[in-house]
Design a protein around this ligand. Structure first.
Ligand code: ADP
Length: 251
């Protein structure tokens, strides 16, 4: 579903990702863990085409995300291609980014109506199913400001699902939440993982959740993958001293 081939990303003189190669199978639930600044979020942002690689190739669902021109990797000039690629991927951010002046229901229906020409009635029916899934059907008419952080994040998850993406990216979705609100969001993500066949990439500091949720864990350090394996292996028997010391600090 996703392939990165020798992907390097630099910001000025800083090399953030260093010749990264890995694949993600359809339906796989992948957790990206590792110290802050190791490049995890940059990978998700490249998949959303919010950043482009300095070198290398990324394919999503068999298509090149960026096109090479004269040895340089560029965001495709073709907006249609970009639009089609983005449609395959949903993302949930640390700061929910809901539209503050739109109701919960409108937040979930807006993109399908505007970008997929779904009728208002169909979009609303689907949105109500999704709000029901995240336990917020009774808040459809509420405004974001009336919701708790956990509720806002659950709306953001419903909204990301509304476009029926094949891939869902979660970027530290619980780190801005009060501790007592974390579990309700993680429960929604567990449900989503159980009930859909979406490919999911999760950047998280919640190690216990990563262990439960993921089929596979990648441990990053300084823009490279230094461990790649099932959670049972990485969390109980990491190969590298770097992983061991990281896990000692966070577990
Ligand atoms: P992580 O998600 O593992 O914490 P990030 O991918 O957010 O790491 O960041 C990796 C590195 O890239 C950090 O040193 C960060 O400061 C840097 N970085 C990220 N985005 C930019 C940017 N737009 N400009 C300059 N540096 C950036």
């Amino acid at each position: 579903m996703i392939t990165l081939n020798a992907v390097t990303k630099r910001f000025g003189s800083l090399t953030v990702l260093d010749g990264l190669t890995f694949q993600v199978e359809p339906g796989e639930k992948l957790a990206l863990i590792g110290p802050s600044g190791s490049g995890k979020t940059t990978i998700l942002r490249m998949l959303m085409t919010l950043e482009h690689p300095s070198e290398g190739h990324i394919t999503v669902d068999g298509d090149q995300l960026f096109h090479m021109r004269r040895g340089e990797t560029l965001v495709p000039a073709n907006e249609k291609h970009l639009h089609e690629m983005r449609r395959k991927i949903g993302m949930v951010f640390q700061h929910f980014n809901l539209f503050p002046h739109k109701s919960v229901l409108d937040n979930v229906t807006l993109a399908p109506i505007l970008t997929q020409k779904v009728s208002k009635a169909d979009a609303e029916a689907r949105a109500m199913e999704l709000l029901d899934m995240v336990g917020l059907a009774d808040k459809a008419g509420a405004m974001p400001a009336q919701l708790s952080g956990g509720q806002k994040q659950r709306v953001a998850i419903a909204r990301a699902c509304a476009l029926r993406p094949k891939i869902m990216l979660f970027d530290e979705v619980t780190s801005a939440l009060d501790p007592e609100l974390v579990e309700e969001v993680l429960n929604v993500m567990r449900l989503l993982a159980e009930e859909t066949d979406m490919t999911m990439l999760l950047v998280t500091h919640e190690m216990n959740f990563a262990r439960d949720f993921a089929d596979r864990v990648l441990f990053f350090d300084a823009g490279r993958i230094i461990e790649d394996g099932p959670p049972s292996e990485i969390f109980t028997n990491p190969t590298h001293e770097r992983t061991q010391s990281f896990l000692r600090k966070v577990l």
